[in-house]
Design a binder for this molecule. Structure first.
Ligand code: CAA
Length: 281
């Protein structure tokens, strides 16, 4: 495994690109707009500069990592990669359309990993001609700091494909866990309903946003409160995951809180828009 393509340069995509480049992989990143590629590169640059400042890496390490990254709006940039990691918008139809194109463009032996946070890998895989080479590789935000990768086999994923991405996760300094395909996998099935519940508590006026987060930080030793964490993940992503849990399980306990819907409708998506439950401007 030498050359890896990353599709998407958002919060997750840029983090994945950084971690791959820092670990010696040649990375090509693709986004639909040049502006997104520039923003993704700027994020990686900024993060690497912070590491230099903290004396975790040298200026040379930073330059070498950046030298391993190239970006393009053309999907053909991934034609010769060994692995594609798809980190695009959490929408099944959009992912399927994209991966159909990826399948046609890449080498037959190229593995396709999806960073989906809750969608079915089996469904995603069926948009390609080689579902045995499609697997879930779910990173956590912020990718450079979070040690976990959930590895998810679709119904048709081969053991060889699973082994390749499991070993890659380890080579990146992460701890992989094997998860059977199920809505939300492990972490998001537990975490996102917790965030939704915190939003419900806020909406009912039981406590302020600050106090809800303080309660969970000091009462449960969580590094961040659930509302700040929702802002970090992106409230649109939280809503999309709740919708998947709600529709797939059909259980009202997964119903997205009305305030979560309102926040998304109002464009208050959290850190990425400068405003969510807290202000980031
Ligand atoms: N990008 C890259 N690295 C970052 C970062 C960022 N945005 N934020 C923090 N880090 C790194 C820092 O560089 C630092 O690394 P070193 O120890 O090597 O110096 C480390 O993380 C700790 O950072 P800080 O000391 O600055 O800050 P902190 O101790 O307050 O930790 C945090 C920040 C890591 C974000 C911590 O608050 C935390 O763990 N929060 C919970 C995050 C979480 O639960 N993420 C999962 C979200 S769910 C998800 O992603 C799945 C999904 O599908 C929705």
């Amino acid at each position: 495994m030498k050359k890896i393509g990353v599709l998407g340069t958002g919060t997750m995509g840029a983090g994945i690109v950084q971690v791959l480049a820092q670990n010696g992989y040649e990375v090509v990143m693709r986004a639909r707009h040049q502006e997104s590629i520039d923003k993704g590169m700027a994020k990686v640059e900024k993060n690497l500069s912070k590491l230099v400042k903290k004396e975790k890496i040298s200026e040379e390490d930073k330059a070498a990592a950046l030298g391993r990254i190239s970006g393009s709006t053309e999907l053909s940039i991934i034609a010769d990669v060994d692995l594609v990691i798809e980190a695009s918008t959490e929408n099944m139809e959009a992912k399927k359309a994209l991966l159909k194109e990826v399948d046609e463009l890449t080498k037959p032996e190229c593995i396709i990993a999806s960073n989906t946070s809750s969608l079915s890998i089996t469904d995603i895989a069926m948009s390609t001609s080689k579902p045995d080479k499609v697997v879930g590789m779910h990173f956590f935000n912020p990718v450079p700091a979070m040690k976990l990768v959930e590895i998810i086999n679709g119904l048709l994923t081969s053991e060889e494909t699973n082994k390749t991405v499991t070993e890659l996760s380890e080579a990146l300094g992460k701890t992989p866990v094997q998860v059977k395909e199920a809505p939300g996998f492990v972490v998001n099935r537990i975490l996102i309903p917790m965030i939704n519940e915190a939003i419900g508590i806020l909406n009912e006026g039981i406590a302020s946003a600050e106090d809800i987060d303080t309660a969970m930080k000091l009462g449960c030793n969580h590094p961040m409160g659930p509302l700040a964490l929702g802002d970090l993940i992106g409230l649109d992503v939280c809503l999309a995951i709740m919708e998947v849990l709600y529709t797939q399980f059909g259980d009202p306990k997964y119903r997205p809180n009305i305030l979560l819907r309102q926040m998304v409708a109002a464009g208050k998506l959290g850190m990425k828009t400068g405003s969510g439950f807290f202000d980031y401007s």
